[in-house]
Design a protein around this ligand. Sequence first.
Ligand code: UTP
Length: 295
Amino acid sequence: MRDVIRKAVFPAAGLGTRFLPATKAQPKEMLPLVDKPIIQYGVEEALASGVDNIILVTGRGKNAIEDHFDVSVELETFLESRGKTDLLNEIRKISNLINVSYVRQGEPLGLGHAVLVTRTLVGNEPFAVILADDVIDATPPALRQMIQVFEELDGPVVAIEEVPPEDVSAYGVIDAEEVRPGVYRIRDLVEKPPRDEAPSNLAIIGRYVLTPDIFPALEETANDRSGEIQLTNGLRRLLKQRPIYGCRVAGVRHDTGNKLGYLRAVVYFALRRPDLAEPFREYLRAIDREAAVRR
Ligand code: UTP
């Protein structure tokens, strides 16, 4: 039988230091893009890709995420009594459709470590990893595009985006051969290379389809200089044993983990909302004119 991807891991145990003070008492995954928290975009993408078992890796101070995906009897009773059916359906929809499990990372020892702590929950089957910070608007959904490549080539798949050369040092970067448009066979991968040492400008973005042999590979992966276990380094080790592929995802990605990316995402999603697009576009034009006058 062909392996089916049933589970998606959402690492959400990072400290979100780039968003302090907003993230002092609330997780960055709960910051809204218009009126939906960032992490819900990722969970909806998993669902739309046919994956409904969600494994959330959390840490201290992340209770709001657990509450968000839980049933809220009080709130539901209130909305029901006020006849606010649309809102009621909206908040029920997501918790009814997914099955969520939680595991604590303890200490934020890196993305590779966050994946490693899901080993028991994932078990011996292939699975997806979604970094909710990367919000991708795509049809078919980004993860669905990757699962198609996984089903065809039967090996781990990482999502790839071409980034400007000056940005490569913020990403894992691949050295690869393009086997057909948008699909690469990876020769090597390197985490956050200096610009002049990067093998290409093909950066790994926040989606992975992994096979369970990543777990022993991560276990054997040494901590880097900052004491973290990097997923890229685990994949590099796994590459010695099996082919790994890159899939250039067709869609629009926003990195909401940094301030500018977050602001862009808010504007982008507001402009896609039928109830907000027109007055908001008007407003943007007006502030643009004001800025032009002041210049
Ligand atoms: P980032 O490095 O972008 O997130 O990790 P961060 O550490 O939360 O944010 P800054 O840099 O301090 O602002 C990428 C993803 O991996 C998760 C994060 O939650 C984020 O979704 N992560 C990272 C973990 O779950 N555990 C870790 O130890 C590190």
